[in-house]
Write a protein that binds this ligand. Structure first.
Ligand SMILES: [Mn+2]
Length: 236
């Protein structure tokens, strides 16, 4: 009998219709592994098996990817949206159950948006339309490069992971964003244009969403590293 069972973290990745492949950036898996847990990529199993998936894992990563369908938060479909309904169906149901279990969850980019919607919030389907005076958060630079500043709120996990500093530079590659923050969540970071860049649920062990991609900065930037370690520690 093993004295210590390794902490297993499930990652929801993307689905590629053409090749019928599940896939996910190795950067998520590597960051989870470096933070001391065993990452596994989750296939989109049928509803009857969601509980079994959650029995297997101790924490859930909702990775970046295509747009969440606007119907899931009561908005009209946007022509600029690229959606993946198979992923939405699986991931929404899985996240709902994970929240019921108070499982630690890290949502990245699309994953943060999905977390907010499942918990009862809404999104901007295309920030360029609704916030014409805001930044263009699609940015265009590769995600390896920081794109804009965010302001972290004191008394949040992210502020703590950033060494008690409110200033952080992040990458950006999104045209959707959190509009109405879900009940029970607080905003933990905003961009200079006011856009919500991170949320967390203070009443839960670790439920955090970030609009940027911290997996690109695991090696180079302490706040990103501490975020993954905080998540894995909460999942043990
Ligand atoms: Mn941004």
């Amino acid at each position: 009998m093993a004295a210590h069972k390794k902490t297993i973290i499930g990652i929801v990745g993307e689905y590629e219709d053409e090749k019928e492949n599940y896939f996910c950036s190795h950067l998520y898996a590597r960051a989870i592994e470096r933070a001391g847990a065993l990452p596994i990529i989750l296939p989109y199993v049928e509803a009857g098996q969601l509980k079994d998936i959650l029995d297997l894992i101790s924490g859930l990563v909702l990775s970046g990817g295509k747009d969440l369908a606007s119907e899931t938060y009561g908005a009209a479909p946007h022509p600029a949206a690229k959606v993946q309904p198979a992923r939405d169906n699986f991931e929404i149901a899985l996240t709902r159950l994970a929240l019921e279990r108070s499982m630690p969850i890290l949502g990245v980019c699309r994953g943060m948006q999905l977390l907010n919607v499942v918990a009862g919030g809404t999104l901007y389907p295309h920030t360029i339309d609704e916030l014409p005076n805001g930044l263009d958060h699609r940015n265009g630079r590769p995600l390896e490069e920081a794109a804009h500043d965010v302001h972290l709120e004191p008394n949040t996990l992210l502020f703590q992971y950033n060494g008690g500093s409110s200033s952080l530079r992040v990458n950006s590659g999104h045209h959707q964003a959190v509009k109405r923050v879900a009940p029970d969540f607080i905003v933990s970071a905003r961009a200079n244009d006011g856009l919500v860049e991170a949320i967390e649920a203070p009443g839960r062990p670790f439920v955090v969403g970030v609009q940027w991609h911290p997996e690109f900065f695991y090696e180079s930037e302490p706040a990103s590293r501490h975020l993954f370690h905080g998540f894995v520690d909460a999942s043990r």
